[in-house]
Design a protein around this ligand. Structure first.
Ligand SMILES: [Zn+2]
Length: 531
């Protein structure tokens, strides 16, 4: 009996196994093949054996006569049957199923004509066929009646060139340019502005498409539109309602002023500027308590179309128990922007005015002169910084000397108020002329090594009453004081800002809210159709 006719690795049905078990159990009952050699099983012996085996009880009751030879034989039978049954248990590996061979050649082409290939693979489907008589070539390809495109104004770009690049003929581009420049200064149009252009049908193939329509946002508060009418191009101005209520942000300082202000919605650079301004009045780390209230006002513009422009910090305030600790307002006075206190006193900073950005290489006092080799008084301060680095006026003043002066080389002397004067030596080049007034921070020359000098550096001196003094001993304290009419204007502006409610700039604009509700499609069903 072929017990493994289904091969290894395949399940066997329970019936199969049962049959096999029965098979082996009845082996003895089956007549042995007659082809066996007669020498072992002679006729008489064979009959005796057969009788003997058929008399044997192969499956005795294993519950009785435990330990007897019959019992052991029964045990052997049981073990053999169990072993056989276990050896027929299937394993749990996967069953290999039927797999079709991949298509190739003509069959693959046939199958491909049924499918949709991805674009990434070239959308290559079907069988290529030559054009038949049914295909007729076009004399010329049809053109779109109009082209809508968006042109973008680049940095340093001109409107006229943008239009020409978009395909507008040069005379029409110039015409549109003139119309627009009549309505708005072309320099006010921000780079990156998107211009919607519609080009119409061209009369002939060798001509440019005519400009049919052009629309863009020329300014924050102005939309411009050019339309083609019978008489030619016509410009329409469409003003946008803009509200410039400043954005006021108030809140409690808490554990961190920066974080609280940021959480209240103030932009990061505005908070930094606020800390800088408040820091000029008091120490941010020591004098501000967590229960104090900060008050930040930024210039702010919003259009009815939803865009906002967040400007610079214009007011920085700090309140403690309802009383103002600091009220600083940005104010333009005498052509210069400065921060003023509510009383009209300008911001003061008592720092050493540095005439250049380089480091101090030698201080005021007695020292051995590097060239003359004897001890003498160093009557100023030396600054490094490299050849050609700019030199700034330490404070406002008037040029009283600009030119060569002995060992100083190229030398500039400025006369300041309060009997003070400053001198700058060894310059490579002088940038001011005698008699001119200079402002604090204005470039008056460049570092060099003219005169008695071992290398490029700035020799800086400060004089009081004509005699040199230690420059570090004088702190230029700038205190601008507003007065008269300017002070009244300043206080008016301050009061106006303080009347602004926090969050007033975030309410909806009137016009924007009026048209906010769009008409729903379903509501049109009940209306009579336009004929
Ligand atoms: Zn020096």
């Amino acid at each position: 009996m072929n017990l493994h006719h289904q091969g290894v690795g395949l399940f066997k049905s329970i019936d199969d196994i049962d049959m096999q078990v029965q098979g082996s159990a009845t082996i003895a009952a089956k007549p042995l093949p007659s082809a066996l050699p007669e020498t072992i099983f002679s006729g008489k012996n064979f009959a005796e054996w057969r009788e003997y085996l058929s008399d044997l009880d192969w499956v005795p009751d294993l519950g009785v006569d435990i330990g007897s030879p019959t019992w052991f034989r029964g045990l052997v039978t049981l073990t053999a049957l169990c072993g056989f049954a276990i050896s027929c248990l299937p394993d749990f590996g996967p069953i290999a199923g039927h797999r079709a061979d991949p298509l190739s050649g003509f069959r693959a082409d046939q199958a491909r004509s049924q499918m949709i290939a991805p674009l990434a693979y070239g959308s290559d489907t079907g069988i290529r066929m030559a054009a038949t008589d049914a295909v007729r070539p076009l004399a010329e390809s049809p053109e779109r009646p109009s082209i809508e495109l968006v042109a973008t104004l680049g940095r340093g770009d001109s409107l006229r060139r943008v239009l020409q690049r978009a395909g507008v003929a040069s005379d029409e581009a110039a015409q549109a340019n003139d119309l627009i420049s009549g309505a708005v200064s072309l320099g006010d149009i921000k780079p990156g502005t998107k211009i919607d252009v519609v080009l119409g049908r061209r009369p002939a193939k060798n001509q440019a498409r005519p400009l049919d329509q052009l629309a863009f946002r020329a300014r924050f508060d102005l939309n411009l539109e050019i339309l083609r009418e019978d008489s030619g191009l016509k410009l329409n101005r469409k003003p946008i309602l803009v509200d410039d209520t400043p954005l006021r942000i108030k809140g409690t300082v808490g554990s961190s002023l920066y974080r609280s202000a940021r959480a209240a919605g103030a932009p990061a650079d505005a908070v930094q500027k606020y800390l800088q301004v408040i820091g000029s009045k008091m120490s941010v780390s020591r004098d501000i308590r967590s229960t104090d209230e900060f008050d930040i006002i930024l210039s702010y513009r919003r259009a009815e179309t939803g865009e906002v422009e967040v400007g610079d910090l214009i007011y920085a305030g700090l309140e403690r128990d309802g009383k103002a600790q600091a009220q600083m307002l940005k104010w333009q006075s005498g052509g210069r922007t400065n921060w003023f206190e509510a009383s009209g006193v300008g911001q003061s900073n008592g720092e050493l005015a540095r005439p250049t950005n380089g480091r101090i290489t030698s201080n005021y006092g007695m020292r051995r002169h590097p060239i003359l080799r004897y001890k003498r008084m160093h009557s100023g301060m030396d600054f490094g910084g490299g050849y050609g680095a700019p030199i700034y006026a330490v404070t406002d003043g008037k040029v009283v000397h600009a030119g060569r002066k002995g060992g100083f080389g190229n030398y500039v002397r400025l006369q300041h108020s309060g009997g003070l004067a400053s001198g700058y030596g060894h310059m490579s080049r002088i940038a001011v002329s005698n008699g001119r007034r200079v402002r604090k921070g204005q470039i008056i020359g460049y570092i060099g090594s003219t005169g008695l000098s071992t290398g490029p550096h700035l020799h800086y001196e400060l004089y009081r009453g004509g005699r040199t003094i230690n420059p570090t001993s004088v702190k230029f304290v700038e205190r601008a004081q507003l007065g008269g009419r300017e002070l009244r204007n300043f206080k008016g502006e301050l009061q106006k800002l303080q009347r602004v409610e926090p969050g007033a700039a975030l309410t909806t604009l009137k016009n924007a809210s009026a048209q906010a509700e769009p008409e729903r499609e379903i509501n049109r069903l009940n209306k009579p159709l336009k004929s």
